[in-house]
Design a protein around this ligand. Structure first.
Ligand SMILES: NC(=O)c1ccc[n+]([C@@H]2O[C@H](COP(=O)([O-])OP(=O)(O)OC[C@H]3O[C@@H](n4cnc5c(N)ncnc54)[C@H](O)[C@@H]3O)[C@@H](O)[C@H]2O)c1
Length: 432
């Protein structure tokens, strides 16, 4: 069993800290956010991720998982240090590496003996070299280290499942032995392991996110055409998905992708491509279609209702997808902003993301009950496909609304069923 320190306890770091502890390792979770550390020490998990609270609690109680803000406490004894800090977009689309740089230098100063540094954050191609250089400059003379790139593919909302049942473990290293040692940490999970160079490993992450985002923009473009020619995108996607060369996943039309990964990673890949003289037309189109999709969606509402000024609108969904409280680059928040800018009086509900949304858009009105949101509304807008919305009592919704209109940005309902209840229903790409 290994001694591991996880640097950065966000959606990735906290899940990994708890998971590695659960596999029997001794883990320090480190974050510079002292409030977060104080919460974790009190047993409060600061993010919503199904199963995470229990996993953290179990491992803290077993003494395998501890939290600190102090690099001097957590780094010297560690055999492995995982960098899991955020790499958000800069204004020009590049990945913001300030947190990675700061973490690398703090780690470097406290190294002792032999340590393997694992880059788990999504970092631009060449970042393995950068982290190695930063650490080399500040580390004690007698400390030695290797940097292994280990990109992460977990999905928020099913992070625990993904961590314990990974589709693959990708490791990039100049030092094969170091990569093998990181592979050993994952061995019990029985996943395919791919060991390559650091740059290829870094590119695998960006290219993987880019193709998934491309599939979403592709199906959204097909959905736009479906609307004009009277075809139903749900059936079209189903028919396409049976083909094993195509597959059914990531072919759901809607208001587009969001979250803390796809938009920023596609932007960063396009930025990198341009920096090296390439012309990433497809990546730009993927992003453009994604933004258009939100605007087109809100336009449908104005086509139905006319001027939105002063109109009461219910919004169901704020998180960027179901089963998370994450609102980073959430399409739902963009829809909310557009509705507010058009003067609508929005009453918004989400099962998990209200606190985070209110931090971003304090001027909106939030309610803690989905039926309170629809009371007196002229339209119900669905922006996140939570199960709770799929199972809603639509008769009750209809009776509470002033005008029974549903604008379904996630195609969670069947048009005929909803119309038979007396609603005007508009989805994305659902025929005429
Ligand atoms: N969220 C996902 O679903 C997901 C999936 C795959 C990969 N990734 C990648 O993993 C990385 C982390 O993503 P996240 O969503 O967990 O991030 P996050 O923003 O939720 O968390 C990052 C954490 O790092 C901490 N931090 C910042 N600077 C620090 C420093 N110098 N020392 C210690 N801690 C520091 C922050 O306080 C924060 O708690 C990103 O590069 C992301 O692209 C994320």
């Amino acid at each position: 069993m290994a001694t591991i320190t996880i640097v950065g306890l966000g959606y990735v770091g906290l899940v990994y800290g708890a998971a590695f502890a659960d596999l029997g390792n001794t883990v320090w979770g480190l974050d510079i956010d002292t409030e977060k550390i104080a919460k974790l020490r009190r047993g409060v998990v600061p993010i919503y991720e199904p199963g995470l609270h229990e996993l953290v609690r179990r491992n803290v109680e077993a003494g395998r998982l501890r939290f600190t803000s102090d690099y001097a406490e957590a780094i010297p004894e560690a055999e492995f240090v995982f960098i899991c800090v955020g790499t958000p977009s800069t204004v020009d689309g590049d990945a913001d590496m300030r947190a990675v740089r700061a973490a690398a230098e703090s780690i470097g100063r406290h190294l002792r003996g032999q340590t393997i540094i694992v880059n788990k954050s999504t970092m631009p191609i060449g970042s393995g070299d950068l982290v190695a250089m930063l650490i080399e400059h500040v580390k004690p003379a007698d400390a030695s280290f290797a940097v292994v790139t280990n990109p992460e593919f977990l999905r928020e909302g099913s992070a625990l499942h993904d961590v314990f049942h990974p589709s693959r473990i990708v490791l990039g290293a100049e030092d094969r032995q170091a990569a093998e040692r990181v592979a050993d940490l994952y061995r019990v999970l029985n996943a395919p392991v791919l060991i390559t160079d650091r740059r290829s490993a870094e590119m695998i992450k960006y290219a993987s996110n880019a193709i998934l985002a491309t599939r979403i923009s592709f199906i959204n473009e097909i959905a736009q055409i479906c609307e004009q020619v009277g075809a139903d995108i749900k059936v079209v996607a189903q028919g396409m998905g049976y083909d094993p060369r195509i597959g059914p996943l990531f072919l759901e039309a809607g208001i587009g992708f969001g979250g803390s990964c796809f938009p920023k990673d596609v932007r960063a890949l396009a930025y990198m491509a341009e920096e090296v003289g390439c012309h990433p037309q497809l990546l730009h189109a993927v992003l453009e279609i994604n933004q258009d999709q939100r605007r087109r969606f809100v336009r449908k509402l104005t086509e139905l209702l006319g001027d939105l000024h002063g109109r009461p609108i219910a919004l169901w969904g704020l998180a960027f997808k179901q089963d998370t409280d994450d609102v980073r680059e959430s399409p739902a928040l963009d829809v909310l902003r557009m509705l507010l800018q058009r003067g609508a009086v929005v009453s918004a509900y989400d099962p998990a993301a209200i606190v985070n949304a209110a931090r971003e858009i304090p001027e909106a009105q939030y309610v803690t009950d989905p039926y309170a949101a629809v009371a007196g509304a002229d339209a119900l807008v669905i922006a996140t496909p939570w199960n709770e919305f799929k199972q809603a009592d639509l008769r009750r919704v209809r009776d509470l609304m002033r005008t029974p209109i549903i604008l379904d940005g996630r195609n969670i309902y069947e048009p005929d069923e909803v119309r038979s209840l007396g609603f005007t229903y508009v989805g994305v790409g659902r025929g005429h």
